[in-house]
Write a protein that binds this ligand. Structure first.
Ligand code: SF4
Length: 337
């Protein structure tokens, strides 16, 4: 007798996770056929799938083993004993997983899974900044390439940037914060620092978060009294001034869980709102989100084709760059405690 799961059992599993509420009518059968095959191949290869919260719910709930923001996924990757890590997120995240797990094979299912922030700065740019500001520590948002991380003193995520910067400022008067200029300005404001004086910024932006408008938030507040507005720290300052809570996606999820607003407006990538709706079906969410084309270049079909032929999608980081980048990432884990 075979112990393998049948399609109807898989459909029942996905329904128990609420996925039928997010699928077009009739689509659940084809989603279940894909998740069934992906989970079978994953087990056969002793692989785990890391799913960032900006991925679609069929990936997150259907095949994800680890689900979370950049910090949680990097931390989860340190603890797995799988032979292979399939990263359903963007390339810099997979590089981070490879740096933390040099003996494991790491793959990204799409060649288009880049990031505008990561692409805004190179290792040479960082060397230029260090030459202009000798002795000033470089604190780098995790949304950067391995080469940029290798030039950095400490990595941060949106979840821990403020806490880590406070600790670094206890020992230094000035910090170079790269590459997100908006997150840098939001952090400077929270910490009472002045851009250009005691915090040196770069000009990178996230193409998803840079474009939200405070006028729309005011319009939604008029329409939905009691609305709680949450925005990601990659949004511009004037937008952040109009919201109730700023943070990373993990903080935003905890805020929704621990509060009881009449409605929530999540100003970030759409995948996060989809996940929040599934986790809290009793809460009311108002849609104002944007798709990240890089994140959304990954689909269940691309995950399945990777599992069938992974080698072209393997992520490599040269050993010397990985060793230097790891020091900066380890510093983050140490200071985030
Ligand atoms: S949402 Fe923005 S920061 Fe995140 S991967 Fe997309 S472009 Fe990069």
């Amino acid at each position: 007798m075979t112990m393998e799961k049948t399609l109807s059992e898989e459909i029942a599993r996905l329904m128990s996770l609420g996925l039928h509420r997010r699928c077009a009518e009739g689509a659940l059968n084809s989603v279940a056929a894909l998740t069934l095959e992906i989970n079978r191949l994953k087990k056969e290869r002793n692989a785990v799938i890391c799913a960032h919260v900006y991925q679609t719910p069929d990936i997150i709930l259907g095949v994800g083993d680890f689900v979370g923001d950049s910090y949680k996924l990097a931390d989860d990757c340190r603890k797995t004993d799988a032979d292979e890590i399939i990263f359903c997120g963007v390339h810099f995240m997979a590089e981070t997983a490879k740096i933390l797990n040099p003996s494991k094979k790491v793959y990204v299912p799409s060649e288009r899974a880049g990031c505008s922030l990561s692409e805004s700065i190179t290792g040479e740019d960082v060397r230029g900044l260090k030459a202009q500001h000798p002795g000033v520590p470089v604190v780098t948002y995790i949304n950067t390439s391995a080469e940029v991380k290798a030039e950095s003193d400490c990595i941060v995520t949106s979840a821990n940037a403020e806490k880590i910067l406070k600790k670094i400022y206890a020992e230094h008067e000035k910090v170079i914060f790269i590459p997100d200029q908006f997150m840098g300005r939001n952090l400077a404001k929270a910490l009472g620092r002045t851009p250009g004086k005691d915090i040196v910024l770069w000009n990178g932006t996230c193409i998803v978060h840079e474009r939200f408008s405070p006028e729309l938030i005011r319009m939604y507040r008029g329409k939905y009294p009691g609305l709680a507005v949450l925005a990601h720290a990659e949004c511009p300052e004037e937008l952040i001034a109009a919201v109730d809570f700023m943070g990373g996606t993990g903080d935003m999820m905890r805020y929704v869980e621990s509060t009881n607003a009449s409605a929530y407006l999540l100003v970030t990538e759409c995948g996060f709102g989809e996940l929040a709706k599934l986790r809290f079906p009793e809460k009311n969410f108002i849609a104002m989100c944007r798709l990240c084309p890089y994140m959304k270049s990954i689909t269940l079909n691309s995950v399945l084709s990777l599992l069938k032929d992974p080698s072209p999608k393997e992520v490599a980081v040269p050993a010397d760059i990985a060793a230097r980048a790891k020091k900066a990432i380890d510093r983050m884990f140490e200071l985030a405690q």
